[in-house]
Design a protein around this ligand. Structure first.
Ligand code: NAD
Length: 647
């Protein structure tokens, strides 16, 4: 049974028990609906407490049902039936009441919750809007402005805040059901409050809606659900509850069938599966109580910050005092910036730095469970580092490299215990970017691999296992993407047209703007090195720019020109002249053709990566693109998109 009833005198306690998140599946809805009827008819029952089994109230609708037509009783019908019940229903909430769970609580006549309870409407993250009255009942209880924040901007309310807003009638402590029973008994003598649907709602001025539209539109970056949620809120505020409810349901059903929602649901399931790869079930991770980071440059500092944010003490090792000082200062600046954004308190920022030990000698790493190397991208330097680590670290410590391109098997060569060696490829800035590519070598022990996944979990990152190839999954696809973008330039398409098309698709930047920001010289040097080894690599337009000193923003210009102190790209006649020998007659391509060429190139490289066994699944590739390279979430990823388009 997923829904149970127990009787405590005149109070019936209804518990939804549908692990893991008490989702409102068809079975749960059917049983609840029948219970409302039965309890209405039961003359011994005077009030009903509705609660969730386990640690939470209800995590939401059952999204595995989303691909099918809605089966009855629908959630809106169930909630309406509860609202119209002859006896008072009291929601008793601990933990999360999310999406449909919050809507269910809104249909009850009264609500109690613990201070730590959490209320949210995260539907927009799945490309839909609440479809069971969330955008109509919530504003009638907490006011339209906060309801906009909750339904269209992902604001979560805790129990305390919800009580301040009047949405929760009483804050209670555990044991929750006892407290709810006492509240229900007290309330028996009072008249039933108006249900949420019949409460008045003040309509804000048009300017307030305009302001919200601007704000939400900017944050949505092309995703449609947040603005549709706002539309549902506004329609209900202006046209009354009944019309508002019908309109909300129509938008919900439309979005539920949209490509955007399909993409976001696909990513939701991929992200949920990523931390638990099939091959590692039952294999325990090793202890991770302390970590070392070698190299306090761009990556080392970001990795150290990510470790500290997860509460792991860090030893940061640099090659000399001056570099160490620079690294520690950069690390401090990260926490300082978080403090200024108010995401860290002053004490927290200080505590983050207190957990960092700076050192120039490697001996300080002797006690670490894990050491991550982030020194220069140079095989000889890295081998030296690992030879030293092999001597100073505990024999059971995990040794990891953050290399972008070097074959980790070569780095591990000569190590006394290669079974504890692994690639952990972070993305810049490492304290922000969610992707962690995990690259085992053939000798890596399963426990060490499992610890890589456990580290990702603790750092709040999305782990993707990658096999070994040049650039692993992400940088290999990036190279193909750039090559295709340059091929289009050779065909005569303006770089600014390509960038604009990719921004229109949802990237924050196009490929040429991105190269200007990151610097053109790194991939140039990579190609030069390959040429020096005798590989036949043709001259590219990017090579011509670097040879003329145009390395990107840092040298004042690259594909674009830049005004001093300004990062806005300006199309560059100089760059156009420099690359002219490799460029054909001007060609205008429609933005969707440009996008299609680049996505196809990425998907083809992705397919090769799958065929070679470098990635375990198409969704792993899409997770890499979304979390490491800014691929717009609402399109799912290159593999997802190409699987849905007729080829
Ligand atoms: P960086 O040049 O900014 O930093 C390297 C740091 O290592 C320098 O501060 C240097 O002083 C220090 N160092 C060099 N040799 C050392 C030694 N023997 N002992 C201690 N410290 C030493 O480089 P980065 O961009 O941080 O890259 C580091 C590694 O991470 C490289 O392998 C790179 O390929 C990889 N990586 C870089 C990025 C990126 O976007 N920058 C992304 C992923 C991975």
């Amino acid at each position: 049974m997923s829904v149970t009833v127990t009787h405590r005198g005149p109070i019936a306690v209804v518990t939804i028990d549908n692990p893991p998140v008490n989702a409102l599946s068809l079975a749960v809805r059917t049983q609840l609906f029948a219970l409302v009827e039965a309890l209405d008819a039961d003359e011994h029952v005077r009030a009903i407490v509705l609660t969730g089994g386990g640690k939470l109230f209800v995590g939401g609708a059952d999204i595995t049902e989303f691909g099918r037509p809605v089966e009855l009783p629908s959630l809106p019908a169930l909630i309406e039936r509860i609202e119209n019940a002859a006896k008072p229903w009291i929601a008793a909430v601990r933990g999360a009441a999310l999406g449909g769970g919050l809507e269910l609580a809104l249909g009850c006549h009264r609500r109690v919750a613990t201070a730590e309870a959490r209320f949210a409407l995260p539907e927009i993250n799945l490309g839909i809007i609440p479809g069971s009255g969330g955008t109509q009942r919530l504003p009638r209880l907490i006011g339209i402005e906060t309801a906009i924040r909750v339904a269209a901007e992902n604001l979560t309310l805790d129990g305390t805040r919800a009580a301040e807003l009047g949405f929760i009638d009483r804050l209670v402590q555990e044991p929750l059901v006892d407290a709810a029973e006492a509240f229900a008994l007290e309330a028996l003598s009072r008249p039933l409050p108006e249900p949420a649907s019949r409460r008045p709602l003040a309509t804000p001025a048009a300017t307030a809606w305009e302001e919200a539209t601007q704000r939400i539109g900017r944050a949505a970056r092309g995703a449609s659900a947040p603005l549709r949620a706002l539309e549902a809120l506004r329609f209900g505020a202006e046209n009354g509850f009944e019309a508002g409810l019908a309109n909300e349901r129509a938008i919900f059903l439309e979005l539920r069938a949209s490509d955007e929602s399909a993409a976001l649901r696909y990513l939701f399931f991929a992200e949920r599966a990523a931390p638990r790869p099939a091959g590692l079930r039952g294999i325990a991770a090793l202890p991770l109580a302390s970590a070392g980071v070698i190299g306090g440059g761009t990556m080392g500092v970001g990795i150290a910050a990510a470790l500290r944010n997860a509460g792991i003490p860090v030893v940061l090792v640099e090659r000399d005092e001056q570099s160490l000082e620079r690294g520690l200062t950069a690390l401090k600046a990260i926490f300082e910036a978080a403090r200024k954004r108010a995401s860290l308190s002053e004490e927290e920022a200080e505590a983050r730095m207190r957990g960092v030990t700076g050192a120039v000698g490697y001996e300080a790493l002797a006690g670490c469970d894990l050491v991550i190397e982030a020194v220069f991208e140079d095989l000889a330097v890295k081998r030296d580092v690992f030879a030293t680590l092999g001597r100073v670290c505990r024999p059971d410590a995990i040794l990891a490299t953050n290399t972008s391109y070097i074959d980790p098997r070569q780095i591990a060569e000569g190590l006394p215990h290669p079974d504890r060696f692994i690639g952990l490829h972070f993305f810049s800035p490492a304290q922000v970017m969610k992707l962690l590519e995990i690259v085992p070598i053939p000798e890596t022990r399963p426990e060490v691999l499992a610890t890589g996944f456990e580290l990702a979990r603790r750092l709040g990152k999305v782990p993707v296992r990658s096999g070994i190839c040049d650039g692993f999954i992400g940088n290999r696809i990036l190279r193909r993407y750039r090559a295709e973008a340059e091929a289009m330039v050779r065909d005569g398409v303006a770089p600014s047209a390509i960038d604009a098309a990719m921004r229109g698709f949802g990237y924050a930047m196009g490929p040429f703007e991105m190269q200007d920001m990151a610097g053109l010289d790194i991939s140039f040097l990579h190609r030069e090195a390959a040429r020096a080894r005798g590989e036949a690599i043709a001259e590219t337009p990017g090579d011509l720019l670097v040879r003329a000193g145009r390395k990107g923003q840092k040298s004042g210009g690259g594909w674009y020109d830049y005004a001093p102190g300004n990062r806005t790209p300006i199309p560059s006649p100089d760059a156009a002249r420099l690359i002219a020998p490799l460029v054909g007659a001007p060609l205008e391509l429609a933005p969707d053709r440009i996008v299609a060429r680049l996505i196809d190139a990425m998907a083809l490289e992705g397919q090769a990566i799958l065929d070679e066994g470098i990635a375990g699944s198409p969704s792993d590739i899409d997770l890499v693109e979304v979390h490491g390279y800014g691929f717009p979430r609402r399109h799912g990823g290159p593999m997802f998109l190409s699987s849905r388009q007729p080829s």
